[in-house]
Design a protein around this ligand. Structure first.
Ligand code: G6P
Length: 610
């Protein structure tokens, strides 16, 4: 996820671009840049770091230009650095891009053969070179851009300027957001509305495959697949600037919960082939023979990422039949673990900077294990030090309580488990294809699961004053009980415990009375009957039961006073779906208790000290 901005009009574009980028910093902040045109020549200014570093690096130049584009980056391909920062340039063509180009590797190789010289490691640079290769043979910048995009698979929102037509910005969107701002004789493009809300409240939302050609005299929009002009509605935005930054939500946590369909789609984009029944493990610097020879896997993490590790064990042992051990990083680093030859350590970390996780990662390396990290931040310490990396591509997570980073970690673990199972011959191509089909449906299933929001709000209203909460789960959803309890503790300060339901009789059952809400996770699975019996045990002791079950479950209504139904997926993906109502419940209870949702007391997003 990155932020892009563009301006054309009578004013000086430079402060407008910088201000717009600051409003988009929540979308990425590891490097930034702008490009502008003066007397028909493009100039580019970029730097690693935040927008304020870009701002101070250009301050003394007193730059002026009526047309320009800008970008704030959240790296996906290539580390955060000046060379990899956008805008990218090929000859007189400049591009800013948000999204992921799936076939950039092949495109880049083809262009290199034709003599194109690349200066960055990004996927974006191929778009510049493609447009550049067409510009001389085309009537216009828009025609060259269209021809170039015909070769590109993946997601993109792009802004293009060119020396060949210095009074024009081209904007195109496919599967990444892009909006236009319509001012008085001035026009804006951006990844999100807050970028230009200070200047105009009139907005056009571009849809997939739409291209906008912006000049000083207006904007024309067409569908590039149908080659036809499109009439668009201009919307009037009433949000305040702070609300707009959160996409209209009150808190980043809620915005991030609702971003999950997009985040998961980005995690899986370009990473497997159904026809070949294959995960593209080369991107993670892995080979089939290395996976085939793996003897044991250690999964290590902290906090919510540790819950992902626990679920990873269920996936890996079940699909790939490889023994796994899971550790909390602060325990692993001091427990003198025995690491046999042929071991892989999987580190799971949103930030890639958690001190205990990094220490465990280094300890595993010292003891001879290979390390793979599942990480959200390109260029982070964990990613730099690991032998293999799988980036989750969920975009920056700002709420301290992790949501979309967690479900994308689970998505990455699912893909990795299939890869190991395939290498070890534990899954047949037919089974792999079916698992991939379930994965392709996942973003849609998550979208459906999010519809429980109102039902969860009602439950939150009933229970937000309690002092304790118990969460029960079994099998692959037991860690989701831990996760639900952790979230509630973190952001609403209610004491909560997560338990494997079968263990309830060994302790927590003593706590059950009419004041204790018990949330039972009851997805369709081989342990459903078991969890239904555990629910009976709670009910007969007067506990207040909330059940989250799979739609179509006819036995659940009579067991619980509150029932929330989730769409059906396969067992491995069910923790992703079942975490949604629990994250929403913690969120609503936190809001009702007037807690600071995004920055809970005493907690930090990234814990870089021991
Ligand atoms: C902190 C955060 C959690 C996160 C944990 C691990 O405690 O508040 O949300 O799960 O650190 O962070 P990591 O970046 O390593 O996933």
């Amino acid at each position: 996820m990155c932020g892009i901005i563009g301006y054309i009009g009578p004013k000086n574009s430079i402060p407008i671009l910088i201000n717009g980028l600051k409003r988009l910093e929540y979308r990425g902040y590891d490097s930034a840049g702008i490009s502008f045109l003066n007397d028909g020549k493009v100039s580019v200014r970029r730097c690693a770091g935040k927008i304020k570093e870009l701002e101070s690096s250009i301050k003394s130049e007193k730059l002026k230009s009526p047309i320009g584009v800008g970008h704030t980056r959240w790296a996906t391909h290539g580390k955060p650095s000046e060379e990899n920062a956008h805008p990218h340039r090929a000859g007189g063509i400049v591009v800013v891009h948000n999204g992921i180009i799936e076939n950039y590797f092949e495109l880049r190789a083809g262009l290199k053969k034709k003599g194109h010289k690349f200066t960055s490691e990004t996927d974006t640079e191929v778009i510049c070179h493609l447009i550049h290769s067409y510009i001389k043979k085309s009537k216009s910048l828009e025609e060259a851009t269209k021809k170039a995009l015909k070769h590109v698979d993946g997601a993109y929102a792009i802004g293009v300027i060119s020396e060949s037509e210095p009074d024009k910005i081209i904007a195109v969107k496919k599967d990444s957001p892009l909006v236009l701002g319509i001012g008085e004789g001035e026009y804006f493009l951006a990844s999100d509305i807050p970028a230009f809300l200070k200047y105009t409240r009139k907005v056009i939302i571009l849809e997939n495959d739409e291209m906008a050609v912006m000049t000083r005299s207006g904007v024309s929009i067409s569908n590039i697949l149908k080659n036809k002009p499109v009439k668009k509605k201009i919307m009037q935005i009433t949000w305040s600037p702070t609300m707009a930054e959160k996409g209209g939500y009150k808190h980043f946590m809620m915005k991030e919960i609702f971003e999950q369909p997009r985040a998961i789609a980005d995690t899986i984009r370009g990473r497997f082939s159904i026809e070949k029944a294959k995960v593209n493990i080369e991107e993670f610097s892995l080979t089939e023979s290395r996976l085939k020879n793996l003897k044991k896997i250690f999964l290590v993490a902290c906090g919510t990422s540790w819950h992902a590790a626990l679920i990873g064990k269920y996936m890996l042992e079940d699909m790939a039949q490889i023994p796994c051990e899971v550790d909390i990083a602060s325990e692993f680093r001091y427990r003198k673990p025995l690491i046999p030859r042929g071991s892989l350590m999987i580190v799971i970390t949103q930030s890639g900077e958690t001190a205990d996780t990094l220490a465990a990662q280094r300890e595993a390396k010292r003891l001879g294990a290979k390390v793979m990290t599942i990480c959200n931040v390109v260029g982070s310490t964990s990613a730099r030090e690991a032998d293999s990396v799988c980036f989750t591509h969920s975009g920056p997570e700002i709420g301290v309580a992790s949501t979309k980073a967690f479900t994308t970690q689970l998505t990455a673990l699912y893909l990795f488990s299939i890869a190991v199972a395939k290498a070890k011959g534990k899954l047949k191509p037919k089974e792999i294809k079916s698992l991939f089909r379930d994965l392709l449906e996942l973003p849609e299933k998550v979208e459906q699961a999010l519809q429980c929001n109102n039902a969860i709000l009602k439950i939150a209203r009933k229970f937000h004053r309690v002092s304790d909460f118990l969460y029960l789960g079994r099998g692959i959803n037991y860690p989701i009980a831990l996760e639900g309890a952790l979230k509630l503790k973190e952001i609403s300060y209610i004491h909560a415990e997560g338990y494997p339901a079968g263990e309830m009789k060994h302790g927590p059952i003593a706590l059950i009375d009419k004041d204790l809400p018990v949330l039972a996770l009851a997805p369709d699975s081989n342990v459903l009957e078991k969890i239904l019996s555990n629910m009976e045990e709670v009910k007969s002791r007067g506990g207040q039961l909330i059940a989250v079950a799979t739609e179509g479950n006819s036995k659940i209504q009579s067991r619980a006073s509150h029932v929330v139904l989730m769409p059906k997926t396969n067992n491995y993906l069910s923790p992703i779906i079942f975490s949604i109502p629990l994250h929403l419940l913690a969120y609503h209870i936190s809001v009702l208790r007037k807690c600071n949702v995004d920055q809970p007391r005493n907690l930090a997003k990234s814990v870089t000290v021991e």
